[in-house]
Design a protein around this ligand. Structure first.
Ligand SMILES: [Zn+2]
Ligand SMILES: [Zn+2]
Length: 136
């Protein structure tokens, strides 16, 4: 699991956001985090600020696959895993295998690959079912 970086003070706001991310098994948008923590706990602007700090400290990964207006944040698991995310309910399912070869070819001379991220989007069985029923 993650280790808290020494240079980052454990403020109430940071601990609240971190605790929520650790508890949820899916990426969350700042607005969702804010809604879950409650207005009294934290301003939305504080949530954005804390997430920015976490990102700088490599504690979270950010993705914007589902909704381009809303970045999603989750704790960086620091392991080689990829997920498929349901674009409706945002549940995550891990991919059985890494879809990329060990050798990723980059069209740039001298580029050194240190990591890669893969985002797979779609509908889970439950949401697909609901969609089908809704379209009838
Ligand atoms: Zn779903
Ligand atoms: Zn991979």
């Amino acid at each position: 699991m993650n280790t808290w970086p020494k240079e980052l003070k454990r403020t109430k706001a940071r601990l609240a956001v971190y605790g929520l991310l650790a508890q949820e098994l899916r990426p969350l948008s700042p607005k969702e985090i804010h809604a879950k923590l409650g207005e009294a706990e934290l301003w939305l602007s504080s949530v954005y600020r804390v997430l920015g700090q976490f990102e700088k400290a490599n504690m979270v990964v950010r993705s914007n696959g589902v909704d381009l207006q809303n970045n999603l944040y989750e704790l960086d698991p620091h392991e080689h895993k990829h997920y498929a995310v349901c674009i409706k309910c945002r549940t995550r399912f891990d991919l059985k295998d890494c879809p990329l070869n060990e050798e990723v070819e980059v069209n740039a001379k001298g580029f050194v690959v240190t990591e890669h991220r893969v985002e797979v989007l779609g509908y889970c069985a439950t949401c697909m079912d609901a969609l089908k029923k809704g379209s009838k």
